[in-house]
Design a protein around this ligand. Structure first.
Ligand SMILES: C[S@@+](CC[C@H](N)C(=O)[O-])C[C@H]1O[C@@H](n2cnc3c(N)ncnc32)[C@H](O)[C@@H]1O
Length: 299
């Protein structure tokens, strides 16, 4: 599989394929980054790995050769056809390739029954409550995600992933701006709803900056390899709680009391009481509230 810039250019020429900007087609051409991704993800034979946008198959090939079973979703029809004719033939048992959109298929068609359990209780739609998982239940078989993401879809895709089932570990190539938003702390400009959803489910290791020269063609934005490990007690927000939090951040300079008055059945009173116990009040602004305090919204 291609790794060097020249081998990548040759393969693209042979396929008559011009990288599509709107699909974020910046292919990895650096063996160290591929190795680092597998190392951070602690890939071992028998692992179940989801990959988003396998492209020319550079990461995919390394994952398969390391003995992982890979479930991948690729939107580009021509690249999907190329992978179907090459890697899918070479690894008929362990490579599952889907043509489609990763936002619609966030875990690439991996049967959720194989990895889901009732460990993560997403709140009931009717009650709008969210509950953490019970540690007493049998954990589901772990799966991991390793991907050089198309940057345009990283946040809607991440949002879909955080609805569960939750991968045990994720190693993601992201636009640096997105990585900063995911890891942002309260009070910073980047702190947003996705920071809260993500940080309540995952521990984030400091990201590694990745040079534009590691891709062909070179992206115009900065890239970052982010490593996320699922918390021992991850919290999955209900759709209602997510909507309320997103609405708060759309007017992030407004006071919480005013923002929640018409959003929650009790005008947000119960939640504001919890905040008060932690030194915040109705005049606090959404960007000041730490991620863990938002989990009380749905309880
Ligand atoms: C940054 S490239 C990564 C390619 C390859 N994994 C690599 O590292 O060289 C992103 C890939 O995602 C694919 N892609 C873009 N949007 C997608 C979407 N919505 N769903 C699935 N794949 C998508 C692109 O066609 C491309 O192959």
């Amino acid at each position: 599989m291609p790794l060097s810039p020249s081998a990548t250019r040759e393969l693209l020429a042979k396929l008559g394929h011009h990288p599509k900007r709107f699909l974020g087609q910046n292919f990895l051409v650096d063996g160290n980054i591929v190795r680092k991704s597998l190392e951070l993800a602690r890939i071992a034979p028998g692992d179940i790995v989801v990959e988003i946008g396998p492209g020319l198959g550079t990461l995919t090939s390394a994952l398969l050769r390391a003995g992982a079973t890979v479930w991948a979703v690729e939107k580009d029809r021509a690249l999907h056809a190329h992978l179907a004719a090459t890697l899918a033939r070479e690894f008929p048992e362990t490579f599952h390739l889907l043509e489609g959109d990763a936002v619609e298929h966030p875990i690439a068609g991996l049967p959720s029954g194989e990895v889901t359990s009732d460990k993560y209780q997403v709140a009931s739609e009717a009650s709008g409550t969210a509950a953490p998982h019970s540690a007493a239940r049998t954990p589901p078989p772990a799966f991991k995600i390793v991907a050089n993401l198309p940057y345009a879809i990283s946040t809607p895709w991440m949002d879909a992933i955080l609805g569960g089932p939750l991968p045990a570990r994720m190693v993601l190539m992201l636009q640096q701006e997105a990585a900063q938003r995911y890891a942002a702390t309260p009070g910073s400009k980047q702190f947003s709803a996705i920071s809260i959803f993500l940080q309540n489910a995952y521990d984030l290791a400091p990201g590694h900056k990745v040079a534009a020269a590691c891709f062909h063609p070179r992206p115009e934005v900065e890239s970052c390899l982010l490593h996320l490990v699922r918390k021992s007690e991850p919290f999955v927000f209900s759709p209602q709680a997510k909507a309320a939090i997103r609405a708060c951040f759309q007017q992030r300079r407004k006071q919480l009391g005013a923002l929640l008055r018409n959003r929650l059945p009790d005008h947000g009173r119960a939640w504001l009481d919890t905040l008060a116990a932690h030194g915040h009040d109705a005049r606090s602004r959404p960007e000041q509230i730490p991620p863990a305090l938002w989990t009380a919204l749905g309880r």
